[in-house]
Design a protein around this ligand. Structure first.
Ligand SMILES: [Zn+2]
Length: 167
């Protein structure tokens, strides 16, 4: 049975009843986010609540996670604490977004339906920097020597590539 967050919900109905959903969402369930991570092990703590603002359905999204991003310099994990809270308009068609005022992001909910997972993934992707990397270059690659062999694989692979490139 699919968990609650992967099914689409009726945003008009949930806005009417002021629904609040709290759940832990595994990173592995978010493919676009997963592509940015060094490992998909872990969960994001989520709270999504629905209400109305000027008659339109809105969602308040709260996410708490420690994302193991992949450093673009050394390919090792670089943790990012995410503690975000935001409000989005839920619009059923792109044209509807033009009628709303600026300041709140519109999110497309086709036919008034959206999966909670998509709301959460979007929120997390906004928090991910364009080029994640260790702030201090001295931290780069440090985990490679102290952790298990698996984390060294990117280096081993890189070495092979360099060797091949030379011959
Ligand atoms: Zn690094």
């Amino acid at each position: 049975m699919p968990a609650d967050w992967s099914r689409t919900v009726d945003v008009e109905r949930l806005a009417d009843v002021g629904e609040v959903r709290e759940f832990d969402l595994p990173f592995a369930e978010m493919p676009r986010l997963g592509a940015e991570l060094a490992t998909v092990e872990g969960v994001v703590r989520c709270r999504v609540s629905f209400t109305r603002e000027r008659k339109f359905p809105v969602a308040d999204i709260e996410v708490h996670a420690r994302l193991p991003l992949r450093c673009q310099r050394c390919l090792q994990p670089v943790p990012l604490e995410v503690d975000e809270r935001s409000r989005v308009w839920l619009v059923s068609e792109p044209a509807a977004a033009d009628r709303l005022e600026a300041g709140i992001e519109p999110v497309l909910a086709p036919e008034g339906r959206i999966a909670l997972r998509d709301l959460v993934e979007e929120e997390l992707l906004l928090a991910v920097p364009l080029v994640p990397r260790h702030e201090n270059e001295a931290d780069c690659g440090r985990t490679a020597s102290t952790e298990a062999d698996v984390t060294q694989t990117p280096f081993a692979g890189l070495g092979e590539l360099l060797k091949r490139g030379r011959s």
